[in-house]
Design a protein. Structure first.
Length: 177
């Protein structure tokens, strides 16, 4: 890609990270039908910014920050909530011998988790996904999302509590009537 701190152009970024960005967008709740358009928008934004400058953050973290803002702007303008749960095939449990009961339970758990994640807003879901699913540090997330690290810690703490509560009640929002 790039050596010695040279900027990495959008075309090189796309070749190296488009699949990662698409997966990230799916995990933060983007409906499958919108992922391709948003991936394109992410890399157009990267191009407008003059590419990625190595050193401050990883390219993937920087792209996640762009993707989060692009999705947040799109969701705000469309005023619609993510409706598609995470695909169970992406999180299948490997087993040497299929166990139908275990597979059904795992699928049910993944659906509950997906519904719980759907309840997180655009500020909390990316932090949760980047930390818990992608294994990034809070400092890396803060850098990529351009927020203070304390904000990342607060959002992560809140997101964990919300996911836990939603998961325990089955991932369905409680309506107070």
């Amino acid at each position: 890609m790039s050596a010695g701190g040279e900027r990495v152009g959008a075309a090189d970024l796309f070749r190296a990270h488009a699949r990662f960005v698409a997966g990230f967008l799916l995990r933060i709740g983007v409906p499958r039908g919108e992922v391709d358009d948003l991936v394109q928008e992410v890399f157009l934004t990267a191009h407008r910014k003059g590419g990625f400058e190595p050193g401050r953050a990883k390219a993937t973290t920087w792209l996640c920050g762009i993707a989060t803002r692009v999705w947040s702007n799109r969701a705000r303008s469309m005023r619609r909530k993510p409706t598609e749960p995470l695909a169970p095939a992406e999180h299948a449990i490997a087993s040497s011998q299929p166990d139908p009961e275990r597979e059904v339970a795992a699928k049910r758990d993944l659906e509950r988790l997906s519904r719980a994640l759907d309840e997180l807003d655009a500020d909390h879901r990316p932090v949760f996904v980047l930390y818990e699913l992608d294994g990034l540090s809070c400092a890396e997330i803060a850098e990529g999302l351009a927020v203070p690290v304390g904000t990342v810690y607060r959002r992560l703490h809140t997101a964990r509590a919300r996911v836990r509560a939603a998961y325990e009640r089955g991932g369905a929002k409680r309506h107070v009537g």
